[in-house]
Design a protein around this ligand. Structure first.
Ligand SMILES: O=C(CNCCc1c[nH]c2ccccc12)Nc1scc(-c2ccccc2)c1C(=O)NCc1ccccc1
Length: 324
């Protein structure tokens, strides 16, 4: 048994949305390997915050069950967040069905989500120890689906400005070139966390110290240690760290170098074309590489994942990468 679902990029590849059916109602959700809550806009969300979102109505689902007294509250590094109550329902993704999946109903949502009308909630794909439900932590959709999957994996094939896909339970070898390169994952903090052994800017030599990183489909950009960010932008003459733009920008006419991350034996190349992320409208462009804010680990978000085919292997607690 498995599932294949289309991941459609929002403008500027800011996020990727996938159709999810909950109790017979279909909503587009943001699949997020950097968090572990499945939460949705619902009839419990204040009408002023429902705006143009598709909402889930548990009263219309014959399979919804309230988890009385259960609550959740999540906040993200950009200051956004949401909170609410919890129930269970039957959740289907690309033909793969999980019964009694914890579905978290938002009773409060921050403005970043209210104004993002394409996003009707998140489907967390990190490890369940990151789930925020109290008093009893809940399992993710992927954790619950694991036992019924042919292979206990999901794969991400995100693309620039065109639909990609997530597959659950199988590896479609037509979606990548060559062989998969696996690295061990440390899931003790709940993330798909692994070690990067070095980096190279453009066709420069691979150097630098090894560092921790997470594979995070829910973060748009490639967030790295300040030293690497400075080294990278030192190769772009017009680059500057702009407070008004919220990060490093450069002239759109510039030739933007590739970045290569050495992951074990695998040289993961992020082409310069993906590192010129978006136009600011004034002749400057916003970089796909930005600071990780001193997190202690790098966040390899969609900018990185667009350039690789990635296997999230729950059974063997490892990640696999291959070029596309
Ligand atoms: O939270 C996730 C994945 N879900 C994102 C859901 C989401 C959050 N706004 C959204 C808006 C739209 C759609 C989804 C989301 N990843 C991680 S791990 C560590 C940090 C972190 C912690 C502290 C400081 C920095 C990062 C984050 C983080 O905050 N990323 C989002 C972000 C967003 C903007 C800038 C940096 C990081």
């Amino acid at each position: 048994v498995g599932g294949d679902v289309t991941a459609t990029p929002e403008s500027d590849d800011n996020e990727y949305l996938c159709p999810v059916t909950i109790g017979g109602q279909t909503l587009n959700l943001d699949f997020d390997s950097g968090s572990s809550d499945l939460w949705v806009f619902s009839t419990s969300t204040p009408s002023s915050e429902q705006q143009s979102h598709t909402i889930y109505n548990p009263a219309k689902s014959s399979t919804f069950k309230e988890l009385n007294g259960f609550t959740w509250q999540i906040s993200y590094g950009d200051g956004s967040g949401a909170s609410g109550t919890v129930g269970t329902d039957t959740v289907t993704v690309g033909g793969l069905t999980v019964k009694n999946q914890a579905v978290e109903l938002a009773t409060a949502v921050s403005s970043e989500f209210v104004t993002d009308s394409a996003n009707n909630g998140l489907l967390g794909l990190a490890w369940s120890n990151l789930n925020t439900v109290e008093p009893t932590q809940q399992q993710t959709f992927f954790a619950n689906a694991g036992p019924q999957l042919q292979q206990n994996v999901f794969t991400a094939d995100l693309r620039h400005d065109q639909p990609g896909s997530y597959d659950f339970g199988f590896i479609d070898t037509s979606k990548f070139q060559g062989n998969l390169n696996y690295v061990p994952v440390d899931n003790s903090q709940g993330f798909w966390q692994f070690t990067v052994d070095g980096y190279a800017v453009g066709d420069g030599a691979t150097g630098g110290n090894s560092f921790s990183a997470i594979a995070d489909t829910g973060t748009t950009l490639l967030l790295l240690d300040d030293n690497i960010v400075s080294d990278y932008y030192s190769q772009i003459s017009s680059a500057q760290n702009s407070n008004s733009a919220g990060g490093f920008v450069f002239d759109c006419t510039e030739d933007v170098p590739d970045l290569t991350l050495q992951i074990g034996d695998y040289a993961a190349v992020v082409p310069g074309s993906l590192l010129n992320f978006s136009q600011n409208g004034d002749g400057t462009c916003f970089g796909g590489i930005q600071s990780d804010g001193g997190q202690g680990f790098a966040i390899l978000g969609d900018v990185f994942l667009k350039a690789q085919f990635t296997v999230f292997d729950q059974g063997n607690v490892q990640l696999g990468f291959a070029p596309k």
